[in-house]
Write a protein that binds this ligand. Sequence first.
Ligand code: FPP
Length: 264
Amino acid sequence: MLGKLIRKKNVETEPLISVELESVKSKHIPAHVAIIMDGNGRWAKKRNLPRIAGHHEGMKTVRKITRVANDIGIKVLTLYAFSTENWKRPKLEIDFLMKLPGEFLSTYLPELIEQNVRVEMIGNFDVLPEHTKNAIQRAIDETAENDGMTLNFAMNYGSRLELIQCMQEIAKLATEGKIELEDIDETLIGNNLMTAHLPEPDLLIRTSGEVRLSNFMLWQLAYAEFSFTDVLWPDFDELCMINEIKEFQSRNRRFGSVNEEGDA
Ligand code: FPP
């Protein structure tokens, strides 16, 4: 109920969003959008605030973008929330980032349930602090029956680690005689990644003007469209997201083939 009221209010108070939303919904929608949420620290620095204030504001953007992505009709939204390399950050910042899933989910889980959103996670779950694991697990359990958009948090995720674990799993199958060398193909690899149950991302967005992948979904992004925007994550709003989808809709995806005009 709460989610419905909030969404209704949004549409009433922000007619531009509602018009733009209808426009993108009439064209091809990417099934899976993956986002590298970058620029929280710079957003805070510009305001003479501590970096954690930027992360907190970034959490509010997660709420906004989840809602609009769901309204657009995106099936999977993967958000890079914490990488295997982020453990190198100051302890205070790590502790704060580990508390954010708990704060986000205790505040917004009812809304996510109302919106029929299913929460999932990719990454190395076991080594997360207990309170982080509990918050994520509770959200996963309470939304398991939902069949709307999947909100997939990449938390303590690193693509190279994922690929190492995948190769180890496949090597194990081979040494146990369960597969032959010829059985190793794209499907087998895909099925042994943390994203095995998800479609590959169609669109990757990175905010804040940085133009790199930072160990994010290296295998899965092979044929994704990339979009790099200068907007800092806390400033990335519904219209920014809608514009990203419009940009995606203007791209000509050929997957290595040629288009109808014969252009490569
Ligand atoms: C990168 O920006 C951002 C992160 C490492 C953390 C992203 C996390 C959030 C946006 C909040 C997540 C919310 C939930 C609910 C899990 P940066 O700090 O590197 O920015 P900078 O490059 O400007 O310093």
